[in-house]
Ligand binder design. Structure first.
Ligand SMILES: C[S@@+](CC[C@H](N)C(=O)[O-])C[C@H]1O[C@@H](n2cnc3c(N)ncnc32)[C@H](O)[C@@H]1O
Length: 354
């Protein structure tokens, strides 16, 4: 029988939306809308027992599991939620004793869950570039009690020259641009090892899938998981109004060798068109065509700009010519007028002949 002691973790459970996670500390108590909860009242009780507050309400003393830790995690970043984590673990084949590579530790939600699965012989090697997020993750991982099974690295694998790991069983990627690190992931994964990546948008999924095919991954699958909770009560069971809607898309794939064996050089790739209906050579041809079209468009734009500039210059020249002609005409008219005036002055009036 598991009895609660000083320092034991406890989830004080009142309802799905009102629950408090704490480590028992003899002198601690906290105030809630259902009254004061004294930690010392929990000591010596069995997990699952009730604790009565000073307002005569009660909470259940539950032993927290990883779901409780992750749902109460301090958020430094977006996190991966248990509704997605379940499928990630199942689809990636994560199990006890495995070596896991993770790129993008974030708040450490996925890290903690996965470390809880691979322990005690397995390990999670997790990479992030943001020291602040790494500190938050370290706290969350410690709270979840799995710090022994996690090593945090502050390293950007996008630019790293040498890959620090190899023969990883599974790679988990949660960055804005997961397709950029697929070649690095490939270097660190064992053959047939699963890579999983988070993609909040469809465009990211497309780019990632192209990179997976180009880097010889197979068994590619993209999914979305919607969780609907049900409020079940006698005579009035219905969907809950609460719940998490769209969070992200998930993408899975496995490292393959498109050649016959793992030592074949890249140029001897066999075509593998099963996953995307597009072979690597088709992708290359499409890329080349797109490049050609872009160059044609740029040349046409340049020619149009040149034509427009020439037209503008000609118009300017014509306007200048017209203005000069107008000025000359005005000058000529003024001269004529002046001449007429002076001849009028000098001409004598003819004398009247009688
Ligand atoms: C959305 S968060 C990951 C959340 C995490 N999966 C969780 O469940 O808590 C993305 C993380 O990727 C990190 N990141 C961004 N670029 C990176 C890179 N090049 N290498 C490693 N981490 C990177 C960010 O600092 C951020 O912490």
């Amino acid at each position: 029988m598991a009895l609660i002691k000083n320092n034991s973790p406890v989830l004080f459970f009142y309802s799905n939306s009102k629950k408090w996670l704490a480590k028992i500390s003899k002198k601690e108590s906290f105030h809630t809308h259902i009254g004061v909860i004294k930690h010392s009242d929990a000591i010596g009780k069995e997990y699952g027992s009730r604790l009565i507050t000073n307002k005569d309400k009660y909470v259940y003393l539950l032993e927290p599991n990883m779901y409780d830790y992750v749902m109460k995690i301090q958020h430094g970043t977006q996190i991966v939620y248990p509704k997605d984590i379940g499928y990630i673990i199942a689809r990636s084949g994560i199990g006890s004793g495995q070596k896991i590579l993770e790129i993008g530790t974030g708040s450490g939600s996925l890290t903690s869950f996965v470390a809880g699965i691979v322990k005690p012989r397995g390990h999670v090697y997790t990479f992030d570039v943001d020291e602040n997020f790494m500190k938050i993750a370290a706290k969350n991982i410690k709270k979840a009690g799995v710090e022994k099974y996690v090593t945090q690295h502050n390293l950007d694998l996008k630019t790293a020259k040498d890959m620090p790991l190899d023969d990883m069983d599974v790679a988990l990627v949660d960055l804005g641009d997961p397709w950029v690190v697929i070649p690095q992931v490939r270097q660190m994964l064992k053959g047939s090892g699963c890579v999983f990546a988070i993609c909040p948008t469809m465009n990211q999924l497309e780019k990632l899938t192209m990179a997976l095919v180009e880097n010889e991954f197979t068994d590619i699958e993209s999914t979305e998981h919607i969780l609907r909770t049900i409020e079940a009560r006698e005579g009035k069971t219905r969907h809950s109004f609460q719940g998490i809607g769209h969070t992200t898309y998930l993408c899975f794939a496995r490292k393959a060798f498109f050649g016959r064996d793992s030592k074949k050089p890249a140029e001897k790739l066999e075509k593998d068109t099963r996953d995307t209906k597009k072979s690597p050579s088709k992708i290359a041809a499409k890329k080349a065509a797109a490049k050609k079209a872009a160059a044609k468009k740029a040349a046409a734009k340049k020619a149009a700009a040149k034509k427009a500039a020439a037209k503008k210059a000609a118009a300017k020249k014509a306007a200048a010519k017209k203005a000069a002609a107008k000025k000359a005409a005005a000058k000529k008219a003024a001269a004529k007028k002046a001449a007429a005036k002076s001849s009028k002055k000098t001409t004598k009036k003819p004398s009247r002949t009688l």
